[in-house]
Ligand binder design. Structure first.
Ligand SMILES: Cc1cc2nc3c(=O)[nH]c(=O)nc-3n(C[C@H](O)[C@H](O)[C@H](O)COP(=O)(O)OP(=O)(O)OC[C@H]3O[C@@H](n4cnc5c(N)ncnc54)[C@H](O)[C@@H]3O)c2cc1C
Length: 329
């Protein structure tokens, strides 16, 4: 088979994660620039029935391994299976999501296939048939560009929520090919998972995030942010100070030791803007800061700033949003 661009799709709880469609769309763009076809590798339990969906994002062919033993990501099972499937495609470039599982898979795959990996990429450029990738370093303070020399195979994990999903208008289904790859016997197993099933917007995939910091004063005050988030279809995040105070779970923490997010709009409420917090949200498209201290560092990063007591501003703002929504509907 001729060389192709290969994307590795991430499948969880019966569906592809949104970032898989972002990576497929980016893969299509890069494949077009290189004059190659876009293929995919998809592994999981129940993935065969959904694999064709990748066609809507420009994937022509998907290699599928559908096995109950691949329900949860485990390095022991996923890495050898994915490595074997990728090798069968003989790719010129491998793309995968820079999610928690994707980063783990990418680094192990890089070592196993002895290829050159760059993680958490936010931009890919093709020049004269060569690939260049841009990625943040020093907690997002600077950016580095990497390019691959000789015939090194580039493996790139793409930061979620940065590359856009480009869905075809026509209902195109990818050609699905089931592959016979043995799944190794795992020595560990996942006994339970703790995914949020309440329908809340996932922080790393949210288009709007409202985060509260130490200025929220206590856990119960987050009800205010939850209410506003519900109206805006947003997710609620937190600074480490709020998480350390026990007001929010660690899964809500944004920053260097929390989640890296890239929403369209990030609203920081009662957050000072420490470098470790900025590391997690500094690449948001628009940053709005609400803080009573006009000298808070967050204002130097914000596109819009409100110098006000959050306990006055948030209820008034929520009311205005509610009115606007009722006149629009
Ligand atoms: C190794 C390391 C890793 C870290 N990782 C992270 C991380 O992942 N994420 C993270 O967030 N932090 C992280 N931190 C902590 C970081 O340095 C800051 O301490 C933290 O971000 C501060 O949180 P904050 O902005 O909520 O609190 P503060 O810095 O205390 O700021 C509270 C803000 O609220 C404002 N405020 C108070 N009351 C009101 C009011 N009524 N109305 C409006 N505004 C008000 C104040 O003016 C102030 O600006 C890390 C630190 C270290 C050393």
């Amino acid at each position: 088979m001729a060389k192709c661009v290969c994307m590795i799709a991430e499948f969880r709880s019966g569906n592809f994660r949104r970032v898989s469609f972002e990576v497929a769309s980016e893969g299509r763009r890069v494949a077009d620039a290189l004059g190659l076809e876009l293929c995919a590798v998809a592994v999981g339990s129940g993935v065969a029935a959904k694999a064709g969906e990748l066609g809507r994002y420009g994937v022509r062919k998907v290699l599928v391994k559908d096995d109950p033993a691949l329900e949860h990501y485990l390095a022991e099972t996923h890495v050898p299976v994915v490595a074997e499937m990728v090798s069968r495609l003989d790719p010129a470039l491998i793309l995968l999501p820079a999610s928690v599982d994707g980063k783990d898979l990418g680094s192990r795959l890089g070592a196993k296939l002895r290829v050159a990996l760059v993680q958490d990429v936010i931009q890919i450029v093709c020049e004269d048939g060569k690939i260049k990738a841009k990625w943040p370093i020093f907690a997002g303070k600077c950016f580095a560009w990497s390019e691959w020399v000789g015939d090194a195979l580039p493996v790139i994990s793409c930061r979620p929520n940065v590359m856009s999903c480009r869905e075809s208008d026509e209902p195109v289904s990818a050609q699905v090919e089931m592959v016979d790859v043995p799944v190794p016997q795992a020595r560990s197993r996942v006994k339970a998972t703790d995914f949020d099933t309440t329908g809340k917007v996932e922080l790393s995939e949210a288009e709007i995030i409202i985060s509260g910091g130490r200025g929220m004063k206590e856990a119960s005050n987050y009800a205010m942010l939850e209410e506003l988030a519900k109206l805006l279809g947003a997710a609620v995040g937190a600074s480490r100070a709020a998480v350390d105070s026990g007001w929010r779970p660690h899964s809500d923490q944004v920053g260097q030791t929390g989640k890296v997010v890239n929403p369209e709009v990030y609203i920081a409420v009662g957050i000072s803007g420490a470098i470790q917090h900025l590391a997690g949200m500094g690449s948001s498209k628009y940053i709005v800061a609400i803080n009573k201290d006009p000298d808070a560092p967050i204002f130097s990063k914000a596109d819009y700033g409100v110098v006000e007591d959050l306990f006055k501003f948030i209820p008034a703002f929520t009311e205005e949003v509610r009115k606007l929504k009722s006149t629009c509907s």
